[in-house]
Design a protein around this ligand. Structure first.
Ligand SMILES: NC(=[NH2+])NCCC[C@H](N)C(=O)O
Length: 407
């Protein structure tokens, strides 16, 4: 048992103490129009501006006393160990579909002189064809010509640190991503939790060797008793059941998992694109998912049995009942206006990151929703959002809380 756990997240809104980010880098400049869709982007983004915005986001949190960690720094520490570095590269190549021996050797040679930080950045950025000069063909696959411009694909969605793993209580769900392009992101998380001295021994409620996908944007820790998980385009009910079983059987205080069945569409790919918590009794919600919204509760009964119940009641009532509150407030994206709601949801107006009860970080472009939040006595800290928003994710998607105060 740890004396001081490295993961402690028992709610969505308690004072944020430590957060994990990835600052977008060269991978953004390897997104080309032909592969936009497969890379889950809708537009070509301008990196310099995206980095400026990301730095503003990090600075807002630092100003509020949050310790900001970067994935590349932690991974560089992990890769200082030569054996781990070697194993990581093998795994990374295999998952990047580099399986022919000539190409494997050439890539190994290419990465070999690099410092760990440089190597990890390069893994994320992707490796273009012209970067590898000397490939000694050893198999048919090394010889055939292929017009695809990369040996290793870029990983442009890594700045959405919310998704590859999720902190729940003192453990994590090490996720299986629903797309090939994002699944390599979970390898970084695996190496972090397997090998970084600060993260060893953290319990896992799910693991990346499983078959059914679940992504962190669907997981909301509503309280130390209640976790909400979206059944979405990205998260399968079978994965939700598995996480629930492991979590509810553990010695964590969690008692109920609420599964929210949201529409399976790109615009609302995760629960946190349509529903986030902004205070202990306040939520933002995109009105397009409200009625009907099917919610199921998963509870552990005596012994080892689990009960799954359809919650036949309005969302407000379900939240009141499970969070033990006399009232809850739902604050609508676009302040309830149909056109504004659609526009602002598309740029993640409902995707707020709470850094304290009633204090959230938001994109500045969603000014109607931000005003609605303020009207409802929520403090909103804004930053620029021209470019980061092109990746279809907002402040919550871009951050993985590692430590939060209990409420
Ligand atoms: N937690 C989130 N809502 N993440 C948004 C991820 C956006 C990313 N382009 C994807 O499609 O996967």
């Amino acid at each position: 048992m740890h004396s001081k756990p490295s993961i402690h997240v028992k709610n969505e809104v308690g004072n944020l103490k430590r957060v994990l980010l990835h600052r977008p880098g060269g991978e953004i400049e390897n997104i080309v129009p032909d592969y936009l869709r497969r890379l889950l982007f809708d537009e070509i983004a301008y990196l310099k501006q995206a980095q400026k915005e990301h730095d503003q986001f990090a600075q807002i949190m630092r100003n509020e006393g949050v310790e900001v960690l970067y994935l590349t720094d932690l991974m560089a520490e992990v890769l200082r160990d030569r054996t781990v570095r070697k194993q990581f590269l093998m795994d990374f190549m295999e998952e990047g579909k580099i399986t022919t021996p000539g190409l494997q050797d050439a890539l190994q040679e290419y990465f070999d002189p690099m410092e760990p930080k440089k190597m990890i950045e390069k893994c994320i950025e992707g490796v273009r064809k012209e970067e590898l000069k000397h490939i000694k063909p050893k198999a048919l696959g090394d010889m055939v010509k292929n017009p695809y411009p990369f040996y290793l694909d870029p990983i442009p969605n890594l700045y959405f640190q919310r998704d590859p793993f999720a902190s729940i209580g003192n453990g994590i769900s090490l996720n299986v991503m629903s797309s090939t392009t994002r699944n390599r992101e979970t390898l970084f998380a695996k190496y972090l939790f397997d090998h970084h001295p600060n993260f060893k021994g953290v319990p896992r409620w799910y693991n990346r060797d499983k078959t059914h996908p679940i992504e962190g944007g669907d997981i909301l820790v509503l309280s130390d008793r209640i976790v909400a998980i979206g059944i979405s385009e990205r998260t399968d009910p079978i994965a939700i059941e598995k996480v629930s079983e492991n979590l509810l059987r553990s010695d964590e205080p969690f008692e109920v998992v609420l599964a929210f069945d949201i529409p399976k569409t790109r615009a609302y790919m995760h629960l946190d694109t349509v529903f986030t918590m902004v205070d202990f009794d306040k939520f933002t919600i995109y009105p397009g998912i409200e009625s009907p919204l099917d919610v199921y509760s998963i509870k552990r009964k005596r012994g080892d049995a689990f009960h799954i119940t359809y919650e036949a009641s309005k969302l407000e009532n379900i939240l009141k009942k499970y969070l033990n509150l006399p009232a809850v407030q739902l604050i609508r994206c676009g302040d309830g206006d149909y056109i504004a709601a659609g526009r602002e949801q598309w740029s993640d107006g409902s995707n707020t990151l709470a850094i304290a009860p009633g204090k959230v970080v938001c994109y500045d472009r969603n000014y109607i929703t931000n005003e609605a939040l303020r009207k409802n006595h929520v403090e909103v800290l804004e930053f620029d959002s021209y470019e980061l928003s092109r990746g279809r994710g907002g402040p919550r998607c871009m951050s993985m809380p590692l430590l939060r105060d209990d409420i």
